[in-house]
Design a protein around this ligand. Sequence first.
Ligand code: ADP
Ligand code: MG
Length: 685
Amino acid sequence: MDLFRIPIEQIHGVGAAKKDDLHALGVYTVGQLLEYYPFRYEDYSLSDLSGVKDGDKITVVGTIVSIPVLQRYGRGKSRLSCKVVIDHFFVTSVWFNQVFLKEKLELQSEVVLTGKWDGRRKQITVSETEFPGRSAAGTSKVGTLQPVYSISAEMSQKWMRKVIAQALKQYGAMIQEVLPQELVRRHDLMVRREAVAAIHQPERMDEGQHARRRMVYEELLLFQLKMNALRAMNRRRADGLAQAVDLPAVRAFVRGLPFVLTKSQKDVIAEILADMQAPYAMNRLLQGDVGAGKTVVAAAALYATVKAGYQGALMAPTEILAEQHMRSLEKMFEPLGVTVGLLTGSTTERQRREMLGSMQMGMVDVVVGTHALIQDDVHFRQLGLVVTDEQHRFGVAQRAVLRRKGMNPDVLMMTATPIPRTLAITAFGDLDVSTLRELPKGRQPIKTYAVKHDMLDRVLGFIKREADGGRQSYVICPLIEESEKLDVQNAIDVFVQLQSHFPDLRIGLLHGRMSAAEKDEAMRSFKEGAVHVLVSTTVVEVGVDVPNATLMVVYDADRFGLSQLHQLRGRVGRGKHASYCILIADPKTEVGKERMRAMTDTTDGFEIARRDLELRGPGDFFGTKQSGLPEFRIADLMADFEVMEVARDDASQLVSSSEFWTDVAYLSLREYLQREGVLDGNVLD
Ligand code: ADP
Ligand code: MG
């Protein structure tokens, strides 16, 4: 019988009120209750006083050797104390606000005390007291581990433990294994029935951990199985475009570039072209460090789709980036007769109508734009490839929009910064991932300095020096107005200060409250070299390419996330001149200090991403945007990342083996995929 179909009121002792309490926790069935795992255990195993540390929580057996003394304070507060001999030591036992115990603490009687140990005073502050022999048989906690559940205020741990014990008694024998024997053996896992019992009622701590490890593996294996099966089903369904890629033409395009591609770039282009040729829809993530050269990879793919007779689209998060991409694509495509169009929010109505017409008639080969590209009235004649830049994820919903337009184009998503592997295989587990592992040769490492605010004069001198040498600088400020934190330099203030400090330099200003046209203008004049210093908020953060900019100054740098700082630093060092990044900060927090250390230690984006994840945790890594990170019931993405990797490998082996789809040993796993809707094939949308 399926335990997830048995309502909790079938458990003896669960009446109407308790049923409601459990429902409030989201627990409706026996199956759910049994999977309502404790988040820790109270340890009541007996402690050896010679081994305990100050502040430890201990459980000890002792004999009362003095008459308890009761002191009362105001407002019903009290302190009860007496001497107890434990293991030949004299120890003072103290109880707060437990007057009722005074009568029970008889001389020479035995007590079990659980509480906090104070080594200096030889004193234990008792939270729980038991009298061996006096309590009802079987209820003593001495020597046990007690599970602690996350419950509501109306409930008690004691009741929760009881109801789970009862559920195990009634239904424990019905718990079915879901993992194939082979995996249970290979990873030395507890079988499911034992593990569920042991996770609630472990005999020893290591047994609880062993049980937990099994449940973590199970949860992550099922998750990875789902991700892998999604990819496999997508391929199997084969309802994408099989584009006829003209390899010699793409090679000619690559030869025509002003530089030689890195090996990584070549490998990744090959992976992408293979996807495009295949009859399934490509769902590929392209990641690489800042400056690794993702744009040219996208260009090669777009060129391939055009040569195959389709149109291509490139979507960027901002208009500045969209325009920049349009210009660099135009430069690359012009000699090849490939036409490029632009469609953004600030395209005039007339131009827009014209562009929509050209797109629909197939007069334009590649369209670059912002989200304006996926609006209702936008139609392509034959869209073959969509590339999205600098977005963590081209939303599932947006892909669905394209599908509804009757196209199932290949999709390539490019990320702004490297993503730590743990997160990549979790958040993007349903995508194929390509990685640019190397930077183009000859890049000069960006010299990075972390300085205090009192060094500002020297920083200004640096800006001046670069300007005198014909180079340009960015100055980044965290917030745009003084509203939130008074001590935050805002862009407008800094702009005004720099203007008065450098009367003979041209200073530009760029922030999020400016209109799109104003922003464009500010960016354009910086790109054209008409402005020496661009004071900006982080709107300049992603992707912007101004090779003549050699200095990046960041105010209050400790307030930024590491990946963001790395992204900002990546705005310089894009040309042939030596480049610098100066981080101004007086970090007060450990995290802030660690950020400055990481930035000065390394320029490797993968290393930075790893440290950022460590500092911020998986939830914050992607910032506030929808991260696509699943919530796990028992697994912890950080602590259990090694298990995640193992589960990933196991899942991919399973899915690619033919037995998995036929053998009875894998039936319960297949049933799981069926329940999750993976086998119906519609989940990607
Ligand atoms: P990102 O990966 O950060 O988006 P871009 O695509 O903007 O990087 O590339 C950064 C710069 O490097 C661009 O100016 C681009 O023309 C240049 N570039 C790309 N690939 C190479 C290469 N193989 N050799 C030299 N320069 C390259
Ligand atoms: Mg880029």
